[in-house]
Ligand binder design. Structure first.
Ligand code: NI
Length: 177
């Protein structure tokens, strides 16, 4: 199977709100596996189904150094939050743009894994940030939406310039969500 194509801002499909997954079928498991492969190859540390034009509530993440601790969260819900953290984020759907975003520092999430088994996860640091970023994608929200209008206009101008120049700097994508 080939990797998915990742939609890029300002593609309107990134604004679709994902629907709940009623049943974790083999197709959903295959979707999760292909998303993980796409994420590793990008390379990124998280990917939401919305970004590959599948509008179901599924996200994958791996923030480990060894790239060997994959998470798949189906129908994720944050049931507890603690603290605040500001961290520089990037996004596979907004290439080459990085900006500080405020998130909860610690979260407790419930979800189903890629086989449909429910689990609860306490996440902090980069994993917590990543899950919140990907859950935003499932609601049609991008990290740049958290920024001031001025900052967003600057980003829009920079992206237009990149497109004119035909950006090819995939090496900068190592910390993108
Ligand atoms: Ni993203």
């Amino acid at each position: 199977m080939t990797n998915f194509t990742i939609l890029e801002y300002p593609d309107p499909r990134l604004r679709k709100v994902a629907v709940e997954i009623d049943q974790v079928t083999p197709e959903i498991t295959a979707l999760a596996d292909n998303m993980l492969r796409t994420m590793y190859d990008a390379p990124g540390i998280g990917l939401a189904a919305t970004q590959v034009d599948h509008h179901v509530r599924l996200l994958v993440a791996d923030v480990s150094e060894g790239r060997d601790q994959p998470y798949c969260l189906i129908n994720p819900e944050i049931i507890a939050r603690e603290g605040e953290v500001v961290n520089e984020e990037g996004c596979l759907s907004v290439p080459e743009i990085f900006a500080n975003v405020k998130r909860s520092a610690k979260i407790t999430v419930t979800a189903l894994d890629k086989h449909g088994t429910p689990f609860e996860l306490e996440a902090e640091d980069l994993l917590a940030i990543c899950i919140q970023h990907e859950m935003d994608h499932l609601k049609g929200i991008l990290f740049v939406d958290h920024l001031s209008p001025l900052k967003r206009r600057m980003i829009d101008r920079r992206l237009q310039k990149q497109r004119r120049q035909g950006a090819n700097t995939a090496h900068q994508r190592s910390a993108t969500l």
